[in-house]
Design a protein around this ligand. Structure first.
Ligand code: OFO
Length: 172
């Protein structure tokens, strides 16, 4: 069984991952409304990945015979200034999630919970990728100037992203 502080912290992280999904859905919706279908698709896939991140925590907590206690989600923003604004916010959001995961690792260490520490190793690596992929788009948007033909080409490129379930990536 997980100790109470870890049970509480992992429950909180289920909420954080679900909020990430909610936030990316809000971003996807903004892109759709602004005729950037490729970016809308990119964000939709990002939201699906977040659902899976949440479910991995959900299953992990239950597997230990602990309790999943779902929390209320905050309302995500619905208005954004531009594609660059959105991807910058996504990047900053991922930096926050990285901090959440690091805090969880510290808590697992504090409680000598080696299984949870190794479970979290997948998330630590995933966060490297999560930050990098949002930041890549930020840099590309800065290069193309966040408008015109460059933006349309980038939109087309980002629309090629496909959903890869974690099992196919080799994750548990
Ligand atoms: Fe779950 O990685 Fe993004 O937030």
């Amino acid at each position: 069984m997980l100790c109470k502080p870890l049970e509480k912290a992992l429950n909180e992280q289920i909420k954080n991952e679900l909020y990430s999904s909610y936030l990316y859905l809000a971003m996807s919706s903004w892109f759709s409304a602004n005729d950037l279908k490729g970016m809308a698709q990119w964000m939709l896939i990002q939201a699906k990945e977040e659902d899976l991140h949440a479910m991995k925590f959900f299953d992990y907590v239950l597997e230990h015979g602990n309790r999943v206690d779902l929390k209320a989600l905050d309302q995500p923003p619905s208005e954004f200034k531009s594609p660059l604004d959105i991807f910058e916010q996504a990047y900053r959001h991922e930096q926050k999630v990285t901090k959440n995961i690091r805090d969880l690792v510290s808590l697992a260490r504090e409680h000598n919970d080696h299984a949870t520490e190794s479970f979290l190793a997948w998330y630590s690596l995933e966060q490297v990728e999560e930050e990098a992929s949002a930041d890549d788009v930020v840099q590309q948007l800065k290069l193309v100037g966040d408008k015109g033909n460059g933006l349309l080409m980038l939109d087309r490129l980002l629309g090629q992203r496909v959903f890869v379930p974690p099992a196919a990536e080799g994750a548990a």
